[in-house]
Design a protein around this ligand. Sequence first.
Ligand SMILES: [Zn+2]
Length: 213
Amino acid sequence: MQKLLDGIRDFHHRVRPAYRERFAHLALGQSPDCLFVACSDSRVVPNLFASTDPGDLFVLRNVGNVVPPHGAANDADGSAGAAVEFATLSLQVRDIVVCGHSNCGAMRALATGEVPEGAANLRRWLANGAPSVRRLVAEPRLDPSLPEPDRLSQAHVLEQLDHLRSYPAVAERVAAGELRLHAWWFDLTHAQVLAHNAPGGNFVPLVDLLERS
Ligand SMILES: [Zn+2]
């Protein structure tokens, strides 16, 4: 907690002056062009690895970067679905990124079925990942050198894109060419963002795809 409080002090004295004008402008409204879905994991920091500023990303974070399908019973409070609908219908984002990551505790729990004693909510939430476990079998081109939880995490990202398409607002805008869906994966060990490479069926460094195009 002390690091957090020191950070608040540092922001106030050192960083805030450079951002005051930007925040004053942002106070009038937001118009991010991307919904970014990521895990709650402390090591996944989208604003850092995507070099984005305040106002750039509308972010949905939860345990395991889960997007329950439209109307799913396991999205009991509807918060994930609400974020998807707000981003697509109100903010009219042009892109949705679902970004998984390596060494994900949620994916490890999903792969092993082991959750802490008494974590009934966590167990129920992770049930949203059951289709991803089946999806892993259907994605044989994922990197076989990765540990199973990491391959499951990549299959899970692909599965979440299908879940996104179950939202009428998403499906309609994708069909109209107004919205694109992206599957990304952050490799913690190499501090590198990978993206799903549809022709190869695997994940490759995103910078390679960008520099090839
Ligand atoms: Zn995670």
